[in-house]
Design a binder for this molecule. Structure first.
Ligand code: GDP
Length: 454
């Protein structure tokens, strides 16, 4: 699959940066050229590639980078974020959220798309997806055009398992109306309406879509698209369906297929403002994944989830430059007590009620942190204690990386109210943490960017 190849090529281009002793304008140019080429081969539209290139160039201005920032981390972050941006529709700068059915409410999802796109199969997959999440799910077979579609849906429904309403009536709007009324009455929560496709978008299909929409009164419309099509075709289809029925989200199918380039499918739908909610990666009912641009790009590049980490930092109110600076420090392992103090402060605001280990999982190669036993009440308590300890340290002590002097340690213990032995233990743990960050830095520096497989 070409997307794996794209991951490899992007990874290889970034490795040039990582491997170079100093990142000159020539190296940066070459890497940006390599990246653009890889995207074009993966069928990403030229206009999107040009935008990507310009934005990365603008963000990485070699002349203006502060000495405290590792330019290699900065470039990786820019590439990561711009790849994510390609697949993320925004409205007024805000990411468009994906649809989430409401619990204990009646949610109707209407599925539209051309014949053969994988619409009926996806109805089954989506039904199973929501059923697994605990919703009461039902299906309606309003594809009265394709012979066999109703039986196919009923068969898929039996494997979910979920009830399926079909009818011999030829009018799809009537079938949809009847099915919706029946399942509403019976108290279902998520009702999925399969509709007819055609081999190409024509007026009869568009009129039918509009009639079914009126009858089913859907809360959300998903457009199912065949990922083996070129980005150009997909963009056209998406725009046309969007203008007739108002597409809420996309499902891109067949991303597992050998003749799928993927890049076009994943980037060309963004212009409609509707996100990609799911991707189909095979013919069986379990072969569907929720689509999240950040984790998708992370996985594609085999980067762990460093982008997710930087995102969290931003959500915690750090600006882009500051978050790169902090990650740079962490990766270099040049960690003074003051750095750790800063990082813990951030971690505290970033945790947002989540577990510390969960947070650290965003970092590649961080499995070993489990041994620090930072989770739960105890872990949080320990973090707070570290902060008291830092508050009792002099500026000089904060700027150092080690304190061996027993009288200083005793003074800090007195000031913080934390017993001396505990302080020693804490410092040992912090040292371990700093070492792990530094190991991770070396990993990123030397082949840590292993191109991943999807
Ligand atoms: P519809 O005409 O749009 O309802 O399409 P179907 O659901 O009947 O699917 C058409 C073909 O695509 C079937 O052979 C499906 O098994 C296949 N298909 C659907 N989704 C995927 C997918 O994600 N990957 C692969 N490889 N095949 C898929």
């Amino acid at each position: 699959m070409v997307l794996a190849a794209l991951g490899q090529q992007v990874g290889a281009a970034l490795k040039k940066i990582v491997d170079s002793n100093s990142v000159t304008a020539e190296v940066l140019d070459e890497v940006i050229k390599d990246l653009s080429k890889a995207l074009i081969i993966a069928d990403v539209p030229i206009a999107v590639v040009n935008k990507f290139r310009d934005r990365v160039r603008k963000r990485v201005n070699l002349k203006e980078i502060a000495p405290s920032v590792d330019v290699r981390v900065m470039i990786q972050q820019a590439v990561f974020e711009e790849l994510v941006a390609m697949m993320t529709p925004t409205v007024d700068g805000e990411k468009v959220p994906t649809f989430k059915p409401k619990r204990n409410k009646f949610n109707v999802i209407m599925m539209v798309g051309l014949q053969g796109s994988g619409k009926t199969t996806t109805c089954g997959k989506i039904a199973r997806h929501y059923k697994k999440k605990g919703f009461r799910v039902a299906l309606i077979g309003a594809d009265t055009f394709r012979a066999g579609a109703r039986d196919q849906l009923a068969q898929l429904a039996s494997t979910v398992p979920a009830p399926c309403f079909t009818s011999d009536v030829d009018d799809p709007a009537q079938v949809a109306r009847e099915g919706v009324a029946r399942f509403r009455e019976a108290g279902y929560e998520v009702v999925i309406v399969d509709t007819s496709g055609r081999t190409q978008q024509d007026e009869a299909l568009m009129a039918e879509m509009a009639a079914v929409k009126e009858a089913a009164n859907p809360d959300h419309i998903m457009f199912i698209m065949d990922g083996t099509n070129s980005g150009k075709i997909i963009a056209l289809q998406s725009e046309q369906f969007h203008s007739i029925v108002g597409v809420g989200s996309h499902v891109i199918t067949k991303l597992d297929s050998d003749d799928t380039k993927g890049g076009g499918a994943l980037t060309s739908v963004v212009s409609t403002g509707a996100p990609i909610a799911f991707i189909g990666v095979g013919e069986t009912m379990n072969d569907m994944q929720e689509f999240n641009p950040e984790s998708f790009v992370s996985r594609m590049l085999g980067m762990g989830d460093i982008g997710g980490l930087i995102n969290k930092m931003k959500n915690a109110g750090l600006d882009s430059e500051k978050s790169v600076e902090v990650v740079t420090h962490m990766l270099k392992g040049e960690t003074s007590f003051r750095d750790i103090q800063e990082q813990l402060r951030m971690m505290d605001s970033m945790l947002d009620g989540g577990s510390i280990t969960d947070f650290l999982k965003h970092l590649p190669g961080m499995g070993g942190l489990g041994q620090l036993d930072l989770d739960g009440q105890d872990g949080m308590g320990r973090l707070r204690k570290v902060q008291y300890v830092f508050d009792s340290m002099t500026p000089g002590e904060l700027d150092s990386a080690k304190i061996n002097d027993e009288s200083r340690l005793r003074r800090i213990a007195m000031g913080s109210g934390v017993p001396l032995e505990e302080i020693k233990l804490l410092f040992a743990q912090l040292k371990k943490m700093a070492n792990l960050f530094s190991m991770m830095g070396k990993g990123l520096g030397k082949g840590g960017l292993n191109p991943g497989k999807l």
